[in-house]
Design a protein around this ligand. Structure first.
Ligand code: SAH
Ligand code: SF4
Length: 362
């Protein structure tokens, strides 16, 4: 049975045009594709036999050859601040985590943001990040990325039928730009009217700083938000924190950011984790302000979330406020990221390969 599920194609992997031609090859009229998409993405149904405008025979035929999502929810945790973390089991028994955050009034949220994973694990080895500790396993398909949002969308429907995921951040497990093609496809599908219909401007991709991919992304005609995990203002510190810096040092990274800005006109985000006594000095703030010159940047200061193995501590709030104050005084747009989901290990950098601590649950 399990084996058979694995052979099935996944609806979440298709664009509408692709599903139309796929069905036509099986002599199923193309308009059925639109009906199926409507059931899946708008009504949030999870089984073909719930698609009541399809004949029973067609429902059966579809269920024989297709699955709707390539992933299944295997665990759900909810934080006291309303943040929800889902553990998804993939068809090959790997697992990834995704997080849903609501902003504003919980009964009528202004924003409902899903943080998606793009890889099982991550090979980039940043020293402050829990995901990096387990190493890299594999890339996720576009369907496995979209499925994470669909799972939340289905859960939201149960709370209130009008709730919709409004924003997506590619900030879960993995390095999105090392899974470039599937990530770009998934972004286009998120935006497609008949799929999630989410505006590009409400989609953020975060990268540790892969220079060639940043340059390629500048030509994809995707008006999304590109966020760069900067975290240090000198090569010597960045080399220690983020090994990728040895391959693409700061001057190349900043040049690529400038290129991205010039090509797209889109403001970038610099993410900067505040690490006690490591990168939270006045001199760091000065250098950071200089690095933002010549293009448009929003600096996001991130309180460090505890990862025991890392040995780092978060900077105290006073210091973070002063750091932010200096940047603002220099005319640099700066925000301190709101913390969400720390009590369920759902905050930035705390997602892990579930097998390591959760084998019994899968
Ligand atoms: N691989 C991508 C996206 C996933 S990480 C990247 O590195 O950008 C998402 C964000 O969480 C990144 O900015 C990352 O640096 C940050 N992060 C990682 N570990 C963290 C931690 N322990 N505390 C706070 N933020 C962390
Ligand atoms: Fe990978 Fe991003 Fe974590 Fe670095 S911070 S190890 S790139 S997930």
């Amino acid at each position: 049975m399990e084996h058979k599920e694995n052979q099935k194609k996944t609806i979440c992997d298709f664009t509408l045009d692709q599903l139309v031609s796929e069905l036509e090859q099986k002599n199923i009229p193309g308009f059925r594709a639109k009906q199926i998409f409507n059931w899946v993405y708008d009504k949030g149904v999870t089984e073909f036999n719930q698609m009541t405008n399809l004949s029973q025979q067609l429902q059966f035929q579809l269920a024989e050859s297709y699955q709707i999502m390539p992933i299944a929810i295997s665990k759900k945790q909810t934080s006291s601040d309303g943040t929800t973390k889902l553990l998804y089991k993939l068809n090959d028994d790997e697992a990834v985590e995704s997080v849903l955050m609501t902003y504003g009034d919980l009964s009528n949220p202004e924003r409902i943001t899903v943080c998606v994973s793009t890889q099982v694990g991550c090979g980039m080895g940043c020293s402050f990040c829990a995901t990096g500790l387990g190493g890299y396993k594999r890339n996720l398909s576009e369907g496995e990325i979209l499925g994470q949002i669909l799972g939340f969308q289905q859960a939201l429907k149960e709370i209130d039928n009008s709730f919709r995921v409004s924003n997506v951040v590619y900030m879960g497990m993995g390095e999105p730009l090392l899974n470039y093609d599937n990530v770009v496809k998934s972004i286009r599908m998120l935006n497609a009217k008949e799929i999630f219909n989410i505006s590009y401007r409400r989609i953020t991709v975060s990268t540790c700083g892969l220079v060639p991919q940043i340059r390629s992304l500048a030509h994809e005609d995707l008006p999304i938000v590109l966020a760069i995990s900067l975290h240090a203002t000198t090569d010597s510190l960045r080399n220690q924190l983020m090994p990728i810096n040895k391959k693409y040092p700061l001057d190349q990274l900043i040049e690529a950011c400038r290129y991205y800005f010039n090509q797209t006109g889109r403001k970038l985000t610099f993410e900067y984790i505040m690490l006690d006594n490591i990168n939270d000095y006045y001199a760091d703030a000065e250098r950071l302000a200089l690095l933002t010159k010549g293009f448009s940047v929003n600096v996001n200061l991130i309180p460090f979330n505890q990862v025991n193995e890392s040995g780092f501590k978060r900077s105290d709030r006073n210091r973070v406020n002063k750091f932010a104050g200096y940047l603002k005084q220099q005319g640099v747009e700066t925000v301190i990221r709101e913390e969400k989901g720390g009590d369920i290990l759902a905050a930035c950098g705390q997602l892990r390969q579930a097998q390591q601590y959760n084998r019994g649950d899968i």
